[in-house]
Write a protein that binds this ligand. Structure first.
Ligand SMILES: [Zn+2]
Length: 133
């Protein structure tokens, strides 16, 4: 069994306003976002879905990933069974200078994090392909 835990790094090339019923109109500022998720079953399908621009918006992250100005620049898969989405978010926030752009975004089923989508300040992802990154 695998943990099916993943992160997608999305670069947003300009400021965008999106409307999500739960939040109203929100401003997503240009920069790099990291979304941490878990696929219950088919990890490959889930990740490929994130790349599709044309889809019914189901998850919060879909509102960001379907923007024409948004581009997935890195996908990371984690096989550590002990690792949870929340721990991974926490670790990533420490590693990169980060902020939470929208409280409650992409963490509807999580009671401990304020979001599973973070925005990182660093644009230097060099060496970011390793497991520990
Ligand atoms: Zn969490």
């Amino acid at each position: 069994m695998t943990s099916n835990l993943y992160q997608i790094f999305i670069r947003l090339n300009r400021d965008e306003r999106v409307v999500i019923s739960k939040f109203g109109e929100i401003l997503l500022t240009k920069g790099i976002y990291v979304y941490t998720g878990r696929a219950q079953r088919n990890l490959k399908q889930r990740i490929l879905r994130h790349f599709r621009k044309n889809k019914v918006k189901f998850w919060h992250i879909d509102y960001l990933s379907t923007l024409n100005s948004a581009k997935i620049i890195l996908v990371k898969i984690f096989r550590d069974q002990e690792l949870t989405e929340c721990k991974l978010v926490e670790r990533t926030m420490i590693q990169f200078k980060s902020q939470i752009p929208i409280k409650g975004f992409g963490a509807s089923d999580c009671r401990t994090c304020s979001s599973h989508l973070i925005k990182i300040e660093s644009t230097n992802l060099e060496g970011c392909h390793s497991y520990n990154c």
